[in-house]
Design a binder for this molecule. Sequence first.
Ligand code: CA
Length: 494
Amino acid sequence: MPQRTLLQAFHWYTPGDGYLWKDIEDKAASWAEMGITDVWLPPIYKGAGGGYSVGYDVYDLFDLGEFDQKGGVATKYGDRAALERAVHALEAKGLGVIYDVVFNHKMGADETERVKVHRVNPDNREEIDPETFEATVHTRFTFPGRQGKHSKFIWDAKCFSGIDHIEDPDEDGVFKLVNDYDDGWNVEVDAEFGNFDYLMGSDIEFRNKAVYEELKYWGRWLLGELPSAGFRLDAVKHIPAWFFRDWIGHMRETAGKDLFVVAEYWLPDLEALGRYLDLVDRQLMLFDVALHYNFHDASKGGPDYDLRQVFDGTLVAAMPEHAVTLVANHDTQPLQSLEAPVEPWFKPLAYALILLREQGVPCVFLPDLYGARYTDKGGDGEDHDIDMPAIDCLPRLIEARQRFGNGPQTDLFDDANSIAFIRHGTAEAPGCVVVLTNAGETAKPVDLGPEMAGVAFRDFLGHRGDEVVLDEAGCASFPVNGGSVSVWVRADAA
Ligand code: CA
């Protein structure tokens, strides 16, 4: 069985006009050959921005590019037929398809309603003004282009807990809708701003039983329509944990198999993540946000960063069986909301530290494989041209994971500027010696034991052209170029 290796097959600036579904169909074979096992797709359903929407502004979960809504039939990524060709191409190559589930909010309502609301202090959402007043809100979703196909459910104000824009009186802010459930927000959410239920758009009210059933129905429907290996859950710190505690079990039962589930709880706080894992009965994995920030810091710090600390405070160190490790994603890439890019020189090191370790399920970011160029406005209001270069050794690192990321692991984290780790291999499969430095060219003394005496090693990445031969005690110095990584494997296995 290949070791699970995810690919995030999109980024914020993925070209539109139906490019992506076709591209995925074309690339499925090469990804399987490279050693990718599962492919995380962007939201597959219609966003409020129609063909321009990345998909997190979800309008209609049941419109997979099938209905003339929000300015056209196709989503940014293509129409439903193209989506089906893409996911079936992935399935045919043995790749799992991971769907992005955006359940926190909806946007782009079809009609307005006149309802009662409370004003809320945006900095402390527990401060809900007891006074209510009437306002017009965009909360009624009738999906006129779909005409009840796949689901007859109509969303209205009772399906939402809050909103950020009202009319008559016209105001922006955070507003709690008066509904049947409670005066307060949903609980079992993140504690930032007192209660972080509300994030954006029309915030979904999970205490409404009909909503709860509709979201379960949507999951069952999707599993019946398309091949599915699992889900990536968006913005879970804004969604009551009890909901996914139920929903995941229901999906696994429906699918009759162990779906892979990773949730985005974007906070580098192990206590909060541990609490969340407990609340969802540890049924899912989380992205290792702290490790991503460590990579960001290491890439900015250069030789001033102490590489021995690169796993300090991370999920993969504390709760490895729940960690999905990553180097970049669509939110952290330059000009995006959680921008914290890892500098290109450090990316080979960072990818070696997620792909070749025993712990964690690594997630590769598409632009790191192929590069990306785009222009967008920055925080300064100016246009910026961004060039994300492809990381040349990344396909080799993914291949190295499947061929040499085997067996027990020994860490040699003994120097601030150079670290190494050994994968000892198994009876069936060879291991490797991984050496990294954030300073100048150096070499790491490694002891592999007398049974390995005389074995020759080569750098699988080709960064070093020399050969290392173990002495009669099984020891040798394994070199690495300045600011680089080498993956030393047995010459007779390479
Ligand atoms: Ca929410």
